[in-house]
Design a protein around this ligand. Structure first.
Ligand SMILES: NC(=O)c1ccc[n+]([C@@H]2O[C@H](COP(=O)([O-])OP(=O)(O)OC[C@H]3O[C@@H](n4cnc5c(N)ncnc54)[C@H](OP(=O)(O)O)[C@@H]3O)[C@@H](O)[C@H]2O)c1
Length: 291
């Protein structure tokens, strides 16, 4: 299986390339320097120069607030270019895996969302990603569209690294307590994608570690693990605050976007491990003192 990863310099893209290379798979990487996704008309020509059987699109404009201020740019990167990539795969008979988000949901239902539940994005990032899902499946109905959430991983710092950095520097560490989702280890996604490819899965599939939590619970779990690793934290307790009035947020965030992974388990026979176990695995690898 010859794999080409788009977005190969991002958190998930880099993880895919590292893990698949380590496993001896035939994997190539393509980044912004080779293909600028603001130019959907260049996608087919660029991809035609690569030899692959499976294309994984881990690229995207993932800056929610940038998307809010630049919706046309978000649509080019998150919808038009993925659609062009899917059309190219359809034409050459390759498989296409697209990565989407829990932000396609409105987040107004306090229950884990299934793939069949209605979508209803409340910001331009979510709208552009939903448009991307639909355009990809219209161009290539057999494409696999995976929705992931709250990624953390070795390749690029994310929320747990930010919480630890704050707690190492000061005594007051805050985290949002009225937004819920699924913390998800990028390394785990690489295995789940191989599972889905082996089972010839297509359509929309939710992919995240088991169990939902608030950002505050996620932050507190991070501090608990960091304390157990002996990090010299200035505080071991995260303080909760609401999203409303949180100055850095320009775009509204959907409050409750926890996802159900039952479909993934039915398709593959695999049950994702709980987020707490994945988080501990990550933090131990990243922050354990040298022995
Ligand atoms: N991170 C999360 O918590 C999260 C949650 C839900 C869904 N997702 C989805 O998961 C996927 C991967 O996320 P991630 O965390 O790995 O994102 P990321 O670290 O921001 O990586 C995104 C990649 O897309 C590339 N990119 C952006 N604009 C581009 C352009 N115009 N042309 C070419 N490449 C461009 C970036 O290139 P540069 O490196 O050159 O900037 C970057 O390598 C995305 O589809 C995202 O929507 C992520």
């Amino acid at each position: 299986m010859k794999i080409l990863v788009m977005g190969a310099n991002g958190r998930l893209g880099k993880t895919l390339v590292r893990r698949y290379s380590q496993q001896g798979l035939d994997v190539q990487a393509i980044g912004r320097a080779e293909l600028d996704l603001e130019k959907p008309d260049r996608v087919a020509d660029t991809l035609s120069r690569y030899d692959f059987e499976v294309l994984i699109n881990a690229a995207g404009n993932t800056d929610v607030d940038h998307c809010e201020l630049n919706p046309a740019n978000a649509r080019l990167i998150n919808a038009a270019s993925p659609a062009a990539a899917a059309a190219h795969c359809a034409q050459r008979g390759a498989r296409f895996v697209h990565v989407s988000t829990d932000y396609v949901f409105a987040g107004d239902q306090p229950a884990a969302r299934r793939e069949t539940d209605p979508t209803g994005p409340i910001n331009h990032y979510g709208r552009s990603k939903l448009e991307g899902e639909q355009a990809v499946l219209a161009a290539l109905p057999g494409a696999l569209v995976t929705r992931v959430a709250w990624l953390f991983g070795i390749e690029k710092p994310s929320f747990p690294d930010w919480i630890i950095k704050q707690a190492l520097a000061k005594e007051d560490v805050g985290a949002v307590d009225d937004k819920w989702s699924n913390p998800t280890f990028a390394d785990d996604i690489t295995e789940w994608l191989l599972d889905l490819l082996q089972h010839q899965a297509g359509g929309v599939v939710h992919l995240c570690n088991q169990g939902g939590c608030s950002w505050l619970e996620y932050g507190q779990a991070t501090l608990d693990i960091a304390a157990s690793l002996g990090l010299p934290l200035k505080t071991r307790v995260a303080r909760g605050h609401t999203m409303q009035g949180f100055a850095p947020f320009k775009a509204a965030r959907p409050p409750f976007t926890t996802m159900d992974t039952g479909l993934f388990t039915r398709l593959t026979g695999t049950t994702p491990r709980p987020w707490q176990s994945a988080l501990e695995d990550y933090l131990r690898r990243q922050y354990s003192p040298p022995s």
